[in-house]
Design a protein around this ligand. Structure first.
Ligand code: NZQ
Ligand code: ZN
Length: 391
């Protein structure tokens, strides 16, 4: 195996640091009519909304709130209707991954010729290409998904009980404000979700067959070690600016494309996790931690060489045989998740043995029948992973 060809492009401008909301003034056209999109109201409660309005100055603006976690297609289409009726030129998303993903969809759907459901594939729509989108920027309040610096989004289609992704070169944010101080209001649960989601993003790209990618592997290992170091410091009431800065920047880099160029990448853990969220609304990150641990065990042979590298370079495990090192790395990962109160079994997130048939049927319905870096994860393997993860 060697490093694959790649074409890499990431146009998102990052505005990092204290008070950077002010600088959106220079990044949005002066004559733009702006739609501010947000979620359940945290940005109003904590004063971010007022700062945005001040920064917009004389521009015309309106708002669309109520984008829920794991955003619903049905909600987002209301924003699309508003844009079509009232005419906006720019969208400004303020929130976490759900608001940003939802905004990417709104931006694409508002400019889409045809029925926006066809933006999705995976047995939902026709998977037609996005040819244009309204320009948008983001103000990130929850480091986790990296949606602020990538082109992908994940949307829940309520009617079909499905959570599916989409993406296009047109759905990169034009800019993203990353002000670590905006994370001070995050509850412990969301901090742990952010650490774990990022940890798993990196593992989805890293824990595959080695291809000798020095920079990508080193970058991943440093970021994983960084998360392990930061986790005990990321307490709800710890407003340490440097801790929050490192946390925010590692999360953004977890899935902005830099670490994964040229590598075989897996993403099966996310697919299995999305089915669980669609099934019982578990937070995204809390579906991933049990599944990735079970994946390491069930797909042990495919992951083995990289598990040994992970043991040595991330967990500093040098004693014993390669088998023992790889096992010790899995145990260390389990303990790490437990140390931040993340689930390590499906039972902890209310998935029982009797639910597995349904979850596997949903994977098949969404055409996820040959997944993973080498497309070896068939429904039978996915079933074995769900079963292994149960308790
Ligand atoms: O809605 P509000 O009131 O803003 O409250 C949110 C929400 O309840 C709250 N929150 C956000 N910032 C806060 C805050 N509370 C206090 N202080 C703040 N500063 O946190 C709650 C969860 O927010 P959400 O946006 O749902 O969380 P997250 O950022 O983890 O996003 C999860 C979504 O992103 C998708 C997931 O599937 C899920 O739908 N993902 C997107 C990816 C991408 N675009 O690349 C990749 C990821 O793997 C993931 O799939
Ligand atoms: Zn994720």
């Amino acid at each position: 195996m060697t490093i694959n060809n790649f074409t890499f492009y990431n146009p998102t401008r990052i505005l990092f640091g204290k008070g950077q909301i002010e600088s959106i003034d220079r990044s949005i056209p002066k004559d733009a009519k702006v739609l501010i999109t947000y979620g359940g109201g945290s940005i109003k409660k904590f004063g971010t909304f007022d700062k945005i309005v001040t920064a917009l100055g004389e521009r015309q603006w309106d708002e669309f709130g109520g984008i829920e976690p794991n955003p619903y297609f049905e909600t987002l289409m209301k924003a699309v209707k508003k844009i079509k009726e009232e005419g906006f030129d720019f969208i400004l998303a303020a929130g976490g991954g759900s608001v940003i993903d939802g905004t990417k969809f709104i931006a694409a759907a508002a400019a889409f010729e045809g029925d926006p459901i066809d933006i999705f594939s995976a047995g939902i729509g026709q998977g037609l290409p996005i040819k244009k989108a309204l320009p948008f920027g983001t103000i990130l309040t929850l480091p986790a998904t990296s949606s602020e610096m990538n082109a992908g989004g994940v949307i829940t289609i309520k009617e079909k009980n499905a959570k599916v992704s989409f993406g296009s070169v047109h759905t990169y944010p034009q800019f993203s404000v990353l002000d670590p101080e905006l994370t001070y209001t995050l509850p412990q649960r969301q901090l742990a979700n952010g650490i774990s989601d990022t940890f798993v993003h990196i593992l989805e790209n890293y824990l595959n067959q080695p291809v000798g990618a020095i920079l990508q592997d080193g970058w991943s290992e440093t970021a994983l070690k960084g998360l392990i170091q930061l986790a005990p410091q990321l307490k709800e009431d710890n407003h340490d600016y440097d801790v929050r800065s490192n946390f925010m920047w590692i999360c953004t880099n977890g899935l902005n494309g830099f670490m994964s160029q040229g590598l075989p990448t897996d993403w099966s853990t996310h697919k299995l996790g999305h089915e669980i969220t669609a099934f019982n609304h578990t937070d995204h990150a809390r579906t991933l931690t049990p599944i990735i641990l079970a994946t390491m065990e069930v797909r042990w042979e495919e992951k083995f060489a990289k598990l040994v590298q992970y043991a040595e370079n991330v967990w500093n495990i040098h004693e014993g045989s390669d088998q023992e090192k790889a096992q010790a790395a899995i145990q260390a990962t389990r303990k790490f998740f437990q140390s931040i109160n993340m689930p390590v079994t499906l039972e902890e997130i209310d998935v029982e043995a009797k639910d597995i048939d349904y979850l596997v049927d949903q994977l098949i319905a969404h055409e996820f029948t040959e997944i993973g870096e080498h497309k070896t994860q068939t429904p039978e393997v996915s079933r074995a992973i769900y079963e292994k993860a149960l308790n």
